[in-house]
Design a protein around this ligand. Structure first.
Ligand SMILES: Nc1ncnc2c1ncn2[C@@H]1O[C@H](COP(=O)(O)OP(=O)(O)O)[C@@H](O)[C@H]1O
Ligand SMILES: [Mg+2]
Length: 584
């Protein structure tokens, strides 16, 4: 029962989503309806004019007699051409707009999903789903309002036209259409299965190619070109086999439909021949029925293909919509107030938190970090240090308990104000593939170029930036790949200078750097820390020497708390960690 309820709800959301798009573009859709209506009339009108020409020819083939229907035919063709281009123009106005609207809308919604969502999904796969959603919505609307509408209207007009000649012709057309639709619905199920397995095999091929280029350096250095070629070849062979199965099946369906089409035209001709015997129909009617049958069968056959494409598109849309409408966590409450930072005091009050339910990481954790204090966070890997920082940022919701900043519960304040008050420098600063200037400006979007240069100078980044070929305009490559780890980190620090928020969180900000670069950065970091509340996770314990206080986290619990000196002298985890580093 629950399942049906969810299905209904999803359908409703889907309907609402598409309905909004239609409403926004209603005039364009209406214009398209009018144009398509004419095109549907044309399918029967053109054979009718052919009939007039042939009748004029057979009754009295003089120029004055046949010129009028011929002129009619030419005008009709001109009109058809003109209206068809209007149709193309409307499509041009409508469908690219719908695509961009859907992409913008979906990307905006997904960007606001909680942090955990992005940890569980591949970015590439999210981007792919959004693109598929936009294609799905676009094609679903196109098939519904354009192809299906055109098909039904054409069928009604054609049946009416045929009925005027002989009711049996109209009956034959309808029976034929029903058969084609039944066959296509019947075989559609298998086509979908074959098409899905083919598309999966194709994804495997893409995956194998991507994997190859990701690992290109290993392939070069281990000289495993032959092996890799075999690996890809295996995937390609599977994809080829699946494609053949699919194409062969489609070929059989099309063959069956072709036989039915011939049968339908044959029956129509027989009906005409019998009727011709008592002179109830003319030569022109013969021509009309033949021309109309050829046009209408093409439309009916392409409609049968549209049916299968429609179910594919609809599937894509409902998959995409479930990406948008998932239940969100860690969202602002309504009327959330802004955080007001006075001293920058951070307090954990009886915090319970688990990544996986039933396996708590923080279990009744309470701790107070006074405003302006510099705290070092240490502990073995995987013991919850990064999670400690992420909870302050409210990237996850607590199971129970509170985290307070200057006495304000962070779950009740707006995340925008929370994130404005906190700067994070992670272990690996990732940059946008934009210029260095734009990347630093990320700390404060309305900073002047001069302020950016000042921030870069404070972060000891100015010199290396000036030595780059395009200085501050240098593009940094995807995720900042063209810069070294130390350079990226200094840009992150420059950003932090620019942002100037009162709370600073460092997650192993210097662990990936060599000691010379670390020395360079250390100074700028200590300038940055001045006057701020700082929590710094550090791997190299020597970097924590100047901290006011050290917290040792073990299995989600603060087990040691004190100054560097005090903890070093006690015989606990911190002492053990220090000794191993000295020995190393
Ligand atoms: N998004 C997540 N989902 C599930 N488990 C997670 C997630 N993030 C971290 N963990 C787990 O939580 C524990 C603490 O991780 P973390 O806070 O990153 O540790 P540390 O920074 O001390 O190395 C680890 O066991 C880790 O596997
Ligand atoms: Mg960590």
């Amino acid at each position: 029962m629950n399942f049906t309820f969810w299905k209904k709800l999803k359908a409703l959301i889907l309907f609402n989503f598409i309905f909004q798009i239609i409403c926004r573009n209603r005039w364009k859709f209406l214009a398209q309806f009018l144009v398509i209506s004419y095109l549907s009339v044309h399918v029967s009108l053109q054979p009718y004019v052919v009939k007039l020409i042939i009748e004029a020819l057979s009754i009295n083939p003089v120029f004055s007699n046949i010129i009028i229907p011929i002129l009619c035919y030419i005008s009709l063709e001109l009109l058809f051409n003109f209206i068809s281009r209007i149709y193309d123009y409307l499509c041009l106005q409508l469908y690219p707009t719908i695509k961009t609207e859907v992409i913008a809308y979906a990307t905006e919604i997904v960007s606001h999903h909680e942090h955990a969502f992005f940890q569980n999904e591949f970015s590439g796969s999210i981007a792919n789903k959004i693109k598929e959603l936009s294609r799905g919505v676009n094609d679903t609307l196109k098939i519904l309002f354009d192809r299906f509408f055109h098909f039904f209207l054409t069928l009604i007009i054609a049946s009416y036209t045929l009925m005027q000649i002989h009711p049996l012709l109209s009956f034959t057309l309808i029976i034929y259409t029903l058969f084609v639709i039944i066959i296509s619905v019947f075989f559609n199920k298998n086509i979908r299965v074959y098409s899905r397995t083919f598309s999966e095999a194709n994804s495997q091929v893409t995956g194998a190619i991507v994997d190859r280029f990701i690992n290109i350096l290993s392939i070069k250095l281990f000289r495993t070109y032959v092996n890799e070629a075999k690996e890809l070849d295996m995937n390609l062979k599977i994809a080829k086999r699946k494609e053949k199965v699919l194409r062969w099946y489609i070929l059989k369906v099309i063959f069956l439909q072709g036989i039915m089409t011939t049968f339908m035209i044959g029956v129509s001709l027989l009906i005409l021949s019998f009727s011709a015997q008592d002179h109830s129909i003319s030569v022109g009617d013969f021509a009309l029925v033949l021309t109309l049958s050829i046009s209408i069968t093409n439309i009916i056959l392409s409609f049968s293909q549209d049916i299968s494409y429609f179910s594919e598109c609809f599937g894509q849309v409902s998959q995409g919509v479930s990406l948008l409408e998932r239940k969100r966590k860690a969202q602002d409450i309504s009327n959330a107030k802004n955080l007001l930072v006075t001293r920058g005091k951070i307090e954990f009050s009886q915090v319970y938190f688990s990544h996986i339910s039933g396996m708590p990481l923080f279990n009744n954790q309470s701790i107070v970090i006074p405003g302006g204090q510099k705290v070092g966070l240490v502990g073995y890997s995987g013991n919850g240090k990064s999670t400690f920082l992420n909870l302050i940022l409210r990237l996850f919701d607590l199971d129970s308990g509170e985290i307070l900043i200057d006495g304000q519960d962070i779950s009740l304040i707006s995340q925008e104000s929370l994130h404005r008050a906190i700067t994070v420098i992670p272990q690996e600063a990732t940059l946008f593939h934009r210029s260095i200037l734009e990347n630093i400006r990320y700390g404060c979007l309305n900073a002047s170029d001069e302020e950016i240069t000042q921030a870069a100078k404070k972060a000891a980044a100015h010199e290396f930036i000036m030595s780059l070929p395009s200085g501050y305009s240098t593009l940094v490559g995807e995720r900042g790949i063209k810069l070294s780890g130390g350079e990226r980190q200094r840009i992150a620090i420059a950003r932090a200078f620019l942002k100037g928020s009162p709370i600073l969180l460092l997650d192993e900000a210097t662990s990936a750097l060599d000691s010379v670069t670390e020395g360079l950065i250390k100074e700028s970091l200590s300038t940055l820390m001045k006057g701020k509340t700082v929590i710094a996770i550090a791997h190299r314990l020597s970097t924590l020497f100047k901290m006011d206080r050290i917290l040792v986290i073990d299995q989600g619990k603060v087990v040691e708390d004190g100054t560097f000196k005090k903890l070093f002298q006690s015989n606990g985890i911190f002492h053990k960690l220090c000794s191993t580093q000295v020995l190393a």
